[in-house]
Design a protein around this ligand. Structure first.
Ligand SMILES: Nc1ncnc2c1ncn2[C@@H]1O[C@H](COP(=O)(O)OP(=O)(O)OP(=O)(O)O)[C@@H](O)[C@H]1O
Ligand SMILES: [Mg+2]
Ligand SMILES: [Zn+2]
Length: 508
C-alpha cells in the first residue's frame, strides 16, 4: 500500500513543506529511505524501528521504501521521524490511509517517546499558510505552536498516545490558544537609583533606550560604565507582541525554548565575554545556527571591555548592524537570521585605563594609546549613535544625600516615547527610531524650520558625514519623542548632538 503524510523541514529560519511517502513491497527485508543525508537515514531508521516496537509492532517482512519529497531540497535533522513513523503505520494498514489535512513533526526517542525539535513555531506558521488544519508537535514545543491562530495544535508525548488519537480510541484535545504576556526585563536588583551623579550619562542611557540607539561608554576604571550598562534592561519597555513573536522565532530555531520557557516574553539582554568567537557572535556551524547578535534580536547586545574583543570578531558586526540581519553561507546552503539589536559597549581609553583622567596619571605611551584605540575600527565606532565620556563621579555627588531617580521613573518616560513610535510606525515592520529605513527618514524625522537651521550649522561645524548626519537626526527624533514634540525642535537637535561625542576627549 502506498501512503503519504505531511511534515515540515527547516533551513535557517525558513520552513518548507515535505511529504513523506511510504510503501511496503514483497521481498527481501530491507528499509530504504531516500531524500535524507546518509547519516540521518541510518539514525532515523533505528528510532522509527524502536518506536514501532514500543507499541508492539514489528517491521513487516518485506521491503520498506520511504521517500521524503521534494528530493532536491537538502533536509537535515530529526524532525521527520514522527511523519516517517506515521506513514509507515499507514502503509502497514495500522493507521487510516489518507490524512491530507494533518502535519506531523517530532523526533522519536527510545521507547516511543516524542522529543522536542527546533523551529516548531515557524513550522506551524507554514502549516497554517499552506492550509493544513491540524499540526502534531512534540509536547515540549506545544506552546510555541499554540500562539499561531487558525490551526489546531496537538502536543504529543508518545507514539502510543498519537496512535490512539488517530484511530479515535482516545481522542486528544487540541491545545488552547496561548497568548503570551510580555514582561519587564529583569535587571535583578540593579536600579538607576544606585547611580550617583553622572547626569549626562544617565540622560544618554535614557535617550538610547527611548529610540533603541547604539551607545558607547568610554572612561577610566571604576567610573561606572558597567554599572550603567547593566542597568539598561530596567529602563527598557516591554516587548510588543510582534517583537515577542519575532524573537521567540529565533529562539525556537536555535532550540532554546522549552516547557519552562515556552516563549521569549522578556526583551533579551546578552553580554557575551570578550573571548567569544566570530561564529558564536554572528552565528555559524555546518548547519548554520543563530549567534549572539540574533539571540539579542529586539533586545540589547552589551559588549563590555570592547577593546579586548578580537578585532576580526568585532568587524563581523559592521554589516549586520546596518542590515539588521545576518547571512551565513555554508556548503549546505545560506541561512539568514534577523538581528535588530541595540549595541551597548564599554571600554577604557588606553591600556592602563587613565588616559585623559584627572585622578591618576596615564602611564601609556602615545603609541600604546593609539594602538589600543585602533582595536576598534573607525567604521565600527561610527555605528555607535551615542559616544559618552564617563568621568568618575566627584565626591560631592557621590556623598550626596539626595536619592537619584529610580529605573521605574525613567522607564515611564521611555515607554511614553516608545508608545509614540509604535503608533507612528504601526504596520511598517520596524519599531524604533534607530531602525527607521533611510527612505522614510524625511517622512518621519521632520524638523521645525529653526531646528533645521541649527542642524545645518552643526552639520558643518562638526564636519559630519552623511551617515553621522542621519544618525544624529534619528537621535533627535528620539529626543523629540521624549520631550513630546511632534516635529523635531531645536532643543532636540542640541540633545542629539551633545551625545554624538564631537567634543569627546577620546574620540572627538
Ligand atoms: N556613579 C556612581 N554611583 C555609585 N557608585 C558608583 C558610581 N560609579 C561607580 N560606582 C561604584 O564603582 C563600582 C565599579 O564601577 P564599574 O564596574 O561600573 O566601573 P567600570 O567603569 O566598568 O570600570 P572598569 O573599566 O574597570 O570595568 C560600581 O560597582 C559601583 O559600586
Ligand atoms: Mg567595567
Ligand atoms: Zn594609559
Amino acid at each position: 500500500m502506498f501512503a503519504i503524510t505531511n511534515s515540515v523541514g527547516m533551513f535557517g529560519m525558513n520552513a518548507f513543506p515535505v511529504t513523506v511517502e511510504a510503501e511496503v513491497f514483497k521481498g527481501h527485508p530491507q528499509f530504504d529511505l531516500s531524500g535524507l543525508p546518509d547519516i540521518g537515514i541510518k539514525e532515523s531508521r533505528e528510532r522509527v524501528r524502536s518506536a514501532a516496537f514500543s507499541v508492539g509492532i514489528h517491521f513487516p517482512k518485506g521491503r520498506i521504501l520511504i521517500n521524503l519529497a521534494p528530493a532536491d531540497v537538502k533536509k537535515s535533522g530529526s524532525s521527520f521521524d514522527l511523519a516517517i513513523f506515521v506513514s509507515l503505520m499507514q502503509a502497514m494498514d495500522i493507521l487510516p490511509l489518507r490524512m491530507p489535512e494533518r502535519v506531523f513533526v517530532g523526533e522519536l526517542g527510545l521507547h516511543g517517546t516524542v522529543r522536542s525539535v527546533r523551529g516548531v513555531m515557524t513550522m506551524t506558521m507554514l502549516a497554517r499558510k499552506n492550509g493544513f488544519q491540524e499540526i502534531y508537535v512534540p509536547k515540549e514545543n506545544v506552546r510555541e505552536a499554540a500562539v499561531i491562530d487558525g490551526i489546531k495544535v496537538y502536543g504529543i508525548s508518545s507514539v502510543e498516545e498519537l496512535m490512539l488519537h488517530l484511530v479515535d480510541d482516545k481522542p486528544l484535545k487540541p491545545e488552547a490558544h496561548y497568548e503570551p504576556e510580555s514582561r519587564q526585563p529583569d535587571s535583578g536588583q540593579l536600579d538607576f537609583a544606585d547611580v550617583r551623579g553622572q547626569v549626562k550619562a544617565r540622560s544618554g542611557m535614557e535617550l538610547a533606550a527611548a529610540g533603541g540607539h547604539n551607545i558607547l561608554l568610554i572612561g577610566s576604571p571604576g567610573s561606572g560604565k558597567s554599572m550603567l550598562a547593566n542597568r539598561l534592561p530596567g529602563i527598557l519597555p516591554k516587548m510588543t507582541k510582534e517583537e515577542m513573536l519575532e524573537t521567540s522565532n529565533v529562539y525556537s530555531v536555535a532550540g532554546l525554548l522549552s516547557t519552562e520557557k515556552p516563549l521569549m516574553t522578556e526583551r533579551p539582554f546578552h553580554s557575551p565575554h570578550h573571548t567569544i568567537s566570530s561564529a558564536g557572535l554572528a552565528g555559524g556551524g555546518s548547519i548554520p545556527t543563530p549567534g549572539e547578535i540574533s539571540l539579542a534580536h529586539n533586545g540589547v547586545l552589551f559588549l563590555d571591555e570592547l577593546a579586548e574583543f578580537r578585532r576580526s570578531t568585532l568587524e563581523i558586526l559592521r554589516q549586520p548592524l546596518e542590515a539588521r540581519k545576518v547571512t551565513i553561507s555554508r556548503v549546505s546552503g545560506t541561512a539568514e537570521y534577523p538581528c535588530s539589536f541595540m549595541l551597548v559597549a564599554a571600554m577604557n581609553p588606553c591600556p592602563c585605563g587613565y588616559a585623559g583622567s584627572a585622578q591618576k596619571k596615564c602611564t601609556c605611551t602615545q603609541k600604546q594609546i593609539q594602538q589600543y584605540m585602533s582595536r576598534v575600527s573607525g567604521p565600527l565606532l561610527d555605528r555607535f549613535d551615542l559616544h559618552i565620556d564617563i568621568d568618575p563621579v566627584p565626591y560631592e555627588e557621590f556623598s550626596s544625600k539626595e536619592k537619584p531617580e529610580s529605573s521605574a521613573v525613567i522607564r515611564k518616560r521611555v515607554e511614553a516615547a516608545r508608545q509614540r513610535q509604535a503608533e507612528r510606525y504601526a504596520g511598517l515592520g520596524f519599531y524604533s527610531n534607530a531602525t527607521i529605513p533611510d527612505n522614510l527618514l524625511e517622512k518621519f524625522c521632520q524638523m521645525e524650520p529653526d531646528a533645521e537651521k541649527t542642524f545645518g550649522r552643526m552639520y558643518e561645524l562638526y564636519h559630519m558625514s552623511a551617515r553621522t548626519g542621519t544618525r544624529v537626526r534619528k537621535m533627535a527624533r528620539s529626543a523629540a519623542d521624549l520631550h513630546g514634540n511632534q516635529k523635531i525642535q531645536k532643543e532636540d537637535i542640541y540633545m542629539a548632538v551633545q551625545f554624538r561625542g564631537f567634543e569627546s576627549k577620546y574620540l572627538g
